[in-house]
Design a protein around this ligand. Structure first.
Ligand code: ACO
Length: 430
């Protein structure tokens, strides 16, 4: 990060306001407007924060024109190919790739903290059977702060809270699935790796041993790595916003999970498969779906398409598409939804509406088809996204805590309500 000698000028009320420019390590520039209100008594207006930098961060970099995603400088393609999810979690949280000894210690910690408190387990019984697992996940995560209240007094507390979260989230995720299908839970095992453990807790039962396929374990790792961090997206900004008030890690991550759930964000992976299922069921033509998505009077968008930053192919979507073909081949499955998705993509990418707006498949377009082939029900898809994004949220929360420029998050507004209307006592109001 450099503070440039260059400046930007803004002319307000005949006055020239000079503001410094900043440039990041990838060459992206920003105008530092921090003194604008003080010097010119004006705010900046940017709904959705499309043009607003909220922090300096060394964790991940997204270049939307190049279609590039880096974690701590490493391309996501390299990490997906060569690293496990636990290695990438270490990289995001500690800033460097672990050596063998560090990796073993990190993985051992996950084993020691993988169980959830016996009293917390009783919570699962109280949720209605049809509870969405994202509702259960968020509530269970914030509940961790009541079972493990030593959260952020010391650096050790913070490290322990991060370890507990990483380890327990997969247990909570698997338990919430088991609850939803009315099966007894499967406990985590010290003998299994992070992803194998998760798959085993999801799919083994007292009567059926789950055969752990190393190729499927690798795919699970790859999918979690794909989701591990992504700049200041909606859920990560939520984690930071909540953390900026001094809220603990569990509370901040709980808020991030809720933000992720929305259909325009991580919830899109469930929406994509539900959209494809609907098209398949109703025998709708691909052309009709594209026309509906373009029709501004119709609220239906083409789910899994478009992105605030990517104005070219999302690199994560390209990897997911490749994995999708590999997994279906490995499992010897054919999924008509994949053919539909391929047809939709081809049509959309040739359509002037999508071309002009630079709308491409995003990470959520193909991942749902992979999860489906692996046996996950649709309402677990966003939970899997949360599991993958967790190391990013933790790293971003920790970075926020160490940032000397951090202040409580507090955007301004332009007020559009009435100004001091005459007050009428209740007995005289019509
Ligand atoms: N289908 C149809 N039209 C779309 C789509 C889409 N999927 N996405 C954007 N557009 C259109 C908008 O209608 C708008 O058109 P206009 O200029 O004529 O008004 C234009 O493209 C720009 O779209 P915005 O909504 O302004 O873009 P924004 O950056 O605010 O939103 C978002 C990005 C939310 C991802 C949007 O593209 C979308 O709703 N996509 C579908 C949901 C989805 O897949 N979300 C997952 C995103 S990835 C993630 O969060 C993990």
């Amino acid at each position: 990060m450099t503070n440039e000698t260059k400046t930007a000028e803004l002319h307000v009320d005949g006055k020239t306001i000079t503001m410094p420019m900043m440039e990041d390590n990838a060459g992206f520039r920003a105008v530092d407007i921090r003194t604008l209100w003080r010097d010119a008594r004006v705010y900046t207006y940017d709904p959705g924060f499309g043009c607003t930098v909220s922090c300096q961060s060394a964790i991940s970099h997204v270049d939307g024109e190049k279609g590039q995603l880096l974690y701590r400088g490493y391309p996501v393609e390299v990490l997906t190919e060569h690293c496990t999810f636990v290695e990438v979690a270490y990289l995001l949280i500690h800033g460097v790739l672990p050596n063998q000894a560090q990796m073993e210690k990190f993985s051992d910690l996950f084993n020691s903290h993988s169980m959830i408190h016996e009293d917390m387990r009783t919570f699962f019984r109280r949720y209605p059977e049809r509870a969405h697992p994202m509702a259960v996940l968020s509530a269970m995560v914030v509940s961790l702060s009541s079972f493990y209240p030593e959260v952020d007094k010391t650096d050790e507390d913070i490290d322990m809270a991060a370890t507990r979260l990483l380890s327990k989230l997969r247990t909570i995720a698997a338990f919430s699935y088991k609850k939803s299908i009315g099966e007894p839970i499967s406990q985590p095992s010290h003998k299994l790796s992070y992803c194998a453990n998760f798959l085993n807790m999801m799919f083994s039962s007292p009567v059926v041993d789950y055969q752990i396929d190393p190729i499927i374990v690798r795919v699970m790792n790859q999918l979690l790595v794909l989701h591990a961090d992504h700049g200041q997206n909606c859920s990560t900004s939520t984690v930071r916003m909540v953390g900026s008030s001094g809220a603990n890690l569990y509370a901040s991550v709980c808020a991030g999970i809720c933000a992720l759930w929305g259909p325009l964000h991580g919830g899109a992976n469930q929406e994509v498969v539900e959209m494809l299922e609907r098209i398949h069921r109703e025998g709708c033509s691909v052309d009709k779906v594209i026309e509906q998505a373009k029709d501004k009077t119709n609220p239906r968008r083409l789910m899994g398409f478009g992105h605030r930053i990517y104005k070219t192919y999302d690199p994560r979507a390209a990897i997911a598409k490749k994995i999708c073909h590999e997994v279906l081949a490995r499992l010897g499955k054919q999924d008509p939804l994949l053919d539909l998705a391929l047809g939709l993509e081809a049509k959309a990418l040739a359509d002037p509406y999508f071309v002009e707006r630079k709308l491409y498949p995003n990470v959520d377009f193909y991942t749902g088809i992979i999860y489906r082939a692996m046996g996950f029900p649709t309402d677990m898809f966003t939970v899997l996204f949360a599991l993958g994004r967790l190391p990013g949220w933790i790293a971003q929360w920790q970075e926020l805590k160490r940032d000397p420029h951090q202040r409580i998050g507090r955007p301004m507004q332009l007020y559009t309500g009435p100004m001091q209307p005459a007050f009428v006592p209740i007995d005289q109001r019509t």
